[in-house]
Write a protein that binds this ligand. Structure first.
Ligand code: ZN
Length: 139
């Protein structure tokens, strides 16, 4: 069993920017020459998230709208009262979705559905430079 760790750097443009990172992750996995194992994709930071979605314009609108219903920007957050950085909603949304994703690698293929892309969701209130760790555990 081998463990290979790679880093992907990506810039987000704004809050609720949803970036399709499927090709970048696939590239890193291909370069590793690993055939079977677990691929962990993890974003460093507490105001961004990683998940999968069908990457199409409707859902790119629906998903942020769902988040604003669950954790509205306008309500009071204790985090903002303490730190005054205005991103309490960003933190709770990020925790809800989670910072990582595990994808089974089988016979050299990431087992994603045709309409299932890996995405980074920017939840902070400004553009950020994001560091994504891809850790591959297998053979
Ligand atoms: Zn904050």
């Amino acid at each position: 069993m081998t463990v290979i760790t790679k880093k992907i750097q990506i810039k987000s443009r704004s809050e609720n920017d949803i970036l399709d990172i499927t090709d970048k992750v696939s590239e890193v996995v291909k370069e590793s020459k690993m055939e079977n194992g677990a691929i962990i994709v993890f974003v460093v930071g507490s105001t961004a998230a990683i998940t999968t979605i069908e990457y199409e314009s409707g859902l790119r609108k629906d998903f942020p709208e769902m988040l604003s219903r669950l954790a509205p920007r306008e309500i009071e957050y204790a985090h903002d009262n303490t730190w005054h950085d205005g991103n309490g909603h960003s933190h709770v949304r990020a925790s809800l979705i989670g910072p990582s994703l595990a994808i089974p690698l089988i016979e050299g293929h990431l087992t994603l559905g045709t309409w299932q892309q890996i995405v980074l969701i920017e939840l902070d209130t400004r553009p950020r430079e994001r560091k994504i760790i891809v850790q591959m555990i297998g053979d």
